[in-house]
Ligand binder design. Structure first.
Ligand code: NAP
Length: 284
């Protein structure tokens, strides 16, 4: 596909961002669907975030994705937030609409759709390890998916408490519990769940390790790791060896991307094809 004077622009803002798989995923799908769009990656310093948002708007970009560390910081530079972004307190997708910068969060739906392709959330107890941006999206996705209970275990207990407060406020029918990341109480909460989700960076290629001791896992657990590189984290390997069903975060990446794609273009992409493009980019 040729870039021309009419090509529409989208992309991703983050720091760092040069490792992002989103350009490969979106550009491949634009080509497949014959859409005259291009997706770029912009590494933006914290002090320049507001200028970057206003600059993209002035240049006529359709919108952009937001990744670490700006999912929360970008909110102050937007005109309005969709319900889900308000609830999660973070934005991963922006669309410029009639001169206004509108913030969305597609991570919760992306995660929910992906895990529900394997296991129903309805009536389940979901244990989330972590309480940052990804964990907030997973927690909201779990509640929206009909989970009976959500357990939040985080290194800093006060962050877990804050997330639990929010969940209790918006989803009063869900049994919400929280804990720090160690000790017998945490072990018993993990063991009370059917689904365990790692929403921390522990296990990423450079970091290794597991966010909770692998001995805490039981064969009944469905273990989901939001990490997708490496494809099998230490947590997923240990879980698989203990007889658990496991899934990594590629599907979440693809489905949150597919929702952003549709918000920008109005066209439904093919998630299976987008996943193929992600896997090809990962293999390079
Ligand atoms: P974040 O907002 O910075 O939150 C990080 C969370 O991890 C915090 O709860 C933090 O705990 C915890 N944490 C960090 N280092 C830890 C350690 N060494 N031991 C225990 N806990 C630790 O980051 P995020 O945006 O939520 O991202 C978290 C993970 O989700 C990343 O690995 C990212 O790749 C993944 N993710 C995947 C997708 C996808 O589409 N698959 C989308 C978004 C994110 P404290 O509060 O104690 O600091």
């Amino acid at each position: 596909m040729m870039i021309s004077a009419k090509t529409q622009m989208v992309g991703i803002i983050g720091y760092p961002v040069k490792h992002s798989l989103s350009p490969a995923m979106h550009n491949a799908e634009f080509r497949e669907l014959g859409l005259d769009y291009v997706y770029l990656a912009w590494e933006v310093a914290g002090t320049a975030l507001g200028d970057a948002v206003r600059g993209l708007q002035s240049l006529g970009a359709v919108g952009f994705n937001v990744t670490v560390p700006y999912k929360q910081a970008v909110v102050t530079h937007l005109d309005s937030l969709a319900e889900e972004a308000k609830l999660i307190g973070a934005v991963n997708t922006v669309r410029f609409e009639d001169g206004r910068a509108m913030g969305y969060n597609t991570d919760a739906d992306g995660w929910r759709e992906d895990i529900e392709s394997e296991i129903s959330l309805r009536g389940a107890i979901v244990c989330i390890i972590g309480a940052g941006g990804a964990a907030r999206a997973v927690a909201v996705g779990a509640c929206q998916g009909g989970a009976a209970g959500v357990v939040v275990c985080n290194r800093r207990r006060e962050t877990a408490e804050a997330l639990c407060e929010l969940l209790r406020h918006f989803f009063p029918h869900v049994d919400v519990r929280c804990s720090s990341l160690c000790g017998d109480a945490c072990r018993e909460l993990v063991r009370s769940a059917e689904i365990v989700v790692n929403a921390t960076p522990v296990g990423m290629a450079s970091k290794g390790g597991t966010p909770v001791p692998a001995q805490w896992l039981l064969p009944k657990h469905f273990v989901y790791d939001t990490i997708y590189a490496p494809a099998e984290t230490e947590l997923l390997r240990e879980a698989r060896e203990r007889g658990c069903r496991v899934r990594n975060g590629i599907g979440m990446l693809v489905r949150q991307g597919a929702k952003a794609f549709e918000l920008w273009t109005g066209v439904k992409p093919d998630p299976a094809r987008m996943e193929k493009a992600v896997r090809a980019a990962l293999a390079h």
